[in-house]
Design a binder for this molecule. Structure first.
Ligand SMILES: [Zn+2]
Ligand SMILES: [Zn+2]
Length: 355
């Protein structure tokens, strides 16, 4: 059967609905049809079951449904899909997995172009690197097909035996409950066949043994929890489909002296109470060399002073952030007899009556 382009398929019609159907109606229709059409109870309904399942995979997911509606409204050209591309591009890797599942179930692998799955990785950064930006490298498990076996995991010149566990179907049926679902065979991983002689290079995994290193340019001013998206650095596509994206989750190690407030860096310096009264200069650490800050006489505790341009560097439309210095005031906890006498004299001179 020639595959129609996915955007031409009416997934609503496949579920016996119109595009105004609610999420609940979609789920209800799918459950009903999946039960009626399941190949285990209704042989010969495979093609229809597959259609219904694929339709629900899109319409049952709010985000995929929105994208599908949008492309149908605007036409395929608007979404950047040329005719014949046959891309199923809903952004999520699980759609490709789903295709694999049914490819195994109904015999014959899907030969359509598919977008590669997205990948995620974590990147731990020091506080300063997050502020000023850095170019670094993340190491990912390789997802290139093994050069020796071409990715099928079998030693060159050897073949496959039918998987005994699943009898070559690639999936196992879970017969519990009314909605018996199929799971991918754990022995053959959905291939339906098992390797007789594993490839000596990849030991049967089909993946290039060497790890993959990807350069990541971290812009200045990233914050803890931010995600950096690297387009097309995820899993490669299948049959000429585009590669998935790589998402880098940034973790920033907290700093003992500095914190962030947007593009500003914050810190606290402590001055003695007498210096807060009389005025002083203090050395303030920055992310680079320290600066001297003049604290005027009469500075109140908690006052914030600004050192211009010592926060996140300017980038694009963003101006450089500042270093915001909070002045803390240290009050002595213990006084000698002389200090106490001097403090009493000062209090009297200031008119600070005892309450
Ligand atoms: Zn199997
Ligand atoms: Zn190999």
């Amino acid at each position: 059967m020639a595959e129609r382009e996915w955007f031409e398929k009416d997934y609503y019609k496949a579920l016996g609905l119109t595009s105004s159907a609610t999420d609940k109606e979609i789920t209800r229709a799918y459950r009903k049809m999946a039960k009626q059409l399941h190949p285990d109870t209704n042989p010969g309904s495979e093609e229809k079951f597959k259609e219904v399942s694929v339709a629900y995979d899109v319409l049952g997911d709010a985000e995929k449904r929105k994208e599908y509606d949008e492309v149908r409204r605007l036409g395929p050209a608007a979404a950047g899909f040329g005719p014949g591309a046959g891309n199923v591009n809903f952004g999520a890797g699980n759609f490709a997995d789903f295709g694999d599942l049914f490819g195994g179930l109904f015999g014959g692998r899907r030969q359509r172009a598919q977008r590669g799955a997205d990948l995620e990785t974590a990147l731990h950064l020091g506080f300063r690197d997050a502020v000023v930006g850095i170019t670094t490298t993340v190491t990912l498990p390789s997802d290139d097909a093994c050069h020796t076996c071409g990715g099928n995991g079998a030693a060159p010149g050897t073949g496959f035996a039918t998987c005994e566990r699943c009898a070559g179907r690639g999936v196992l049926n879970d017969d519990q409950g009314p909605f018996a679902m199929s799971t991918i065979c754990p022995v053959c991983h959905g291939r339906g066949g098992k390797i007789v002689t594993p490839c000596p290079s990849c030991h049967g995994t089909g993946r290039e043994p060497s790890a993959r290193r990807v350069n990541v340019r971290v812009p200045a001013g990233v914050v803890d929890g931010q995600r950096i998206r690297l387009k097309a650095k995820g899993h490669p596509g299948v049959q000429g489909g585009p590669a998935g994206d790589l998402f880098v989750d940034v973790h920033v190690t907290p700093d003992a002296r500095f914190a962030r407030r947007g593009r500003h860096v914050t810190t606290t310096v402590t001055v003695p109470v007498t210096r807060a009264m009389l005025g002083t200069t203090v050395e303030v650490p920055t992310l680079d060399e320290s600066v001297t800050l003049k604290v005027p006489a009469g500075t109140q505790p908690g006052t914030t002073m600004r050192v211009r341009g010592r926060g996140v560097p300017a980038a694009g439309k963003h101006a450089a952030g500042d270093l915001l210095v909070t002045i803390a005031v240290a009050v002595p906890t213990k006084l000698t007899k002389e200090q106490r006498a001097a403090a009493e004299r000062l209090a009297a001179a200031l008119g600070d009556e005892e309450q």
